[in-house]
Design a protein around this ligand. Structure first.
Ligand code: SAM
Ligand code: SF4
Ligand code: SF4
Length: 341
C-alpha cells in the first residue's frame, strides 16, 4: 500500500462515491431552487468504471467507502455495485447515506450484497413538517425504510438530521428519544453554507454548544464518549446510556483530521467539500489510462492538498451562502447533491 499524506500530514482514508446527481426530494438546505441542471447521462460512470477508480483509491489506503448522491437509491441495480465493492479486500467499511424513500424495497438486497451500514437523512418526526422541509409528502416512506433497515441486519443504522433554527430545532429531544426507542443512533448536523444551501443564513445555524445545552436541559448530564477514529461526529452519552452524535462542521470544523475526498457520478474528484474545482478522472479513465497512471494523478494532487474549507469560512465576516445561485447554474458540480454531501 502506498501511504500518502497531504501538506498537513493528513492521510487519505475515506471516499464518498456519488452514484447519481438526481434526487427525489428537494430539501431546503440542499436543493431549494425551482430548477436544476443535471449531469449529462453519457458522462455518468458505469459501475465497472467506478470499481476501477475505487481500486486505485484503496491502493492509497482508502478503506472506507460511502455511497451517496443525489439519492443513491435512484441508481438502477445499486446492489450490483455494492456486491463488487464489498468483495474488495481494501474496502473494509462500506456504507450508504440515503434519504430512505426507497429503502423499504432495497434494504434487504443491499444488505445481502454486502452493504454494512446505512445512514438515513431525516430532519423531522412530524409529517407536515417533513413535507415542508423536503418538498414532498413522503414521510411514511422514510419511516418504513428505517424500519426495514432495522429488520434486515445491517451492522448499524443511523439517522442524520440537519438542524435549522426555527425549522426543526424544537425537535432535538424528540429525535434523541426516537433514536433510543428505535435503536438508531441520531446525529445532528450543523447547517452548512455549502453549495446548494442558497438560502443559508448564519443565524439559522444551531451550534453544537446550543444543541448540547438543549439536550442536557431535558435529559441531564451529557458526557462526551471517547473518540476512537477520525470520524466527523462527536458522540455523547446520556445518563441512561443513550448515545447521540453532533457533526459541528460549521462552528467547530474538523478539517485538521479530514481524511476524506469525494468522487462525483461523472468522475470528478474533489479533495474538499468547499473546493472550487475538481480533478477530472473520467477523461483519463475513458482514454485508457492504467492504474499506475491514475495513481500518479491522484498522488500528485493529494500530496499538494492544503484544503481547510470549513475552517477558512470561519474567518469570513458577514457570511452568506458560499456559492451564489448564478455560479451553481453554471457548474452543477458545485452543488452538494452532485458532490455527495
Ligand atoms: N440524498 C442522500 C441523503 O440525503 O441522505 C445523500 C446525499 S445528501 C447530499 C448527503 C448528506 O448531506 C445528507 O445527510 C444531508 O442532510 C447533508 N446535507 C445536504 N445539505 C446540507 C447542508 N446545507 N448542511 C448540512 N448538511 C447538508
Ligand atoms: Fe435532500 Fe439528500 Fe436530496 Fe439533498 S440529495 S435534496 S439532502 S435527499
Ligand atoms: Fe475536509 Fe474540506 Fe470538510 Fe474541512 S471543509 S472537513 S477539509 S472536506
Amino acid at each position: 500500500m502506498n501511504n500518502l499524506a497531504d501538506t498537513l500530514g493528513r492521510p487519505m482514508r475515506s471516499l464518498r462515491l456519488s452514484v447519481t446527481d438526481r434526487c427525489d426530494l428537494r430539501c431546503r438546505y440542499c436543493m431549494p431552487e425551482e430548477e436544476y441542471v443535471w449531469l449529462p447521462r453519457e458522462s455518468i460512470l458505469e459501475y465497472e468504471e467506478l470499481a476501477t477508480l475505487v481500486d486505485v483509491f484503496t491502493g492509497f489506503g482508502v478503506e472506507r467507502v460511502r455511497l451517496t448522491g443525489g439519492e443513491p437509491l435512484l441508481r438502477r441495480d445499486l446492489d450490483v455495485l455494492v456486491r463488487t465493492l464489498a468483495e474488495k479486500p481494501g474496502v473494509r467499511d462500506l456504507a450508504m447515506t440515503t434519504n430512505g424513500l426507497q429503502l423499504a424495497r432495497y434494504a434487504e438486497p443491499l444488505q445481502r450484497a454486502g452493504l454494512r451500514r446505512v445512514t438515513v437523512s431525516l430532519d423531522t418526526l412530524r409529517e407536515e413538517r417533513f413535507e415542508y422541509l423536503t418538498g414532498r409528502p413522503r414521510f411514511d416512506a422514510v419511516m418504513e425504510g428505517i424500519r426495514a433497515s432495522l429488520s434486515v441486519g445491517f451492522d448499524a443504522v443511523k439517522i442524520n438530521a440537519v438542524v435549522m433554527r426555527g425549522f426543526n430545532d424544537d425537535e432535538l429531544c424528540d429525535m434523541v428519544e426516537f433514536g433510543r426507542e428505535s435503536g438508531v443512533e441520531v446525529r445532528f448536523i450543523e447547517y452548512m453554507d455549502v453549495g446548494g444551501a442558497t438560502t443559508w443564513k448564519a443565524d439559522t445555524v444551531v451550534t453544537r454548544v446550543e444543541m448540547l445545552q438543549s439536550i442536557g436541559r431535558r435529559f441531564g448530564r451529557v458526557e462526551p464518549c471517547e473518540r476512537t477514529d477520525s470520524a466527523p461526529a462527536d458522540r455523547f452519552r446520556l445518563p441512561d446510556g443513550t448515545i447521540f452524535g453532533i457533526i459541528s462542521s460549521t462552528s467547530e470544523p474538523f478539517c485538521a483530521s479530514c481524511d476524506r475526498s469525494r468522487l462525483t457520478a461523472d468522475g470528478q474528484w474533489y479533495t474538499c467539500l468547499y473546493a472550487a474545482k475538481g480533478v477530472d478522472l473520467k477523461t483519463p479513465l475513458r482514454s485508457g489510462a492504467n492504474a499506475r497512471e491514475l495513481s500518479e494523478i491522484i498522488a500528485s494532487v493529494w500530496k499538494n492538498r492544503a484544503d481547510r474549507g470549513a475552517e477558512e469560512r470561519l474567518n469570513v465576516s458577514d457570511r452568506t451562502a458560499f456559492v451564489p445561485v448564478s455560479a451553481l447554474k453554471g457548474d452543477s458540480r458545485l452543488e452538494m447533491h452532485t458532490r455527495g454531501g
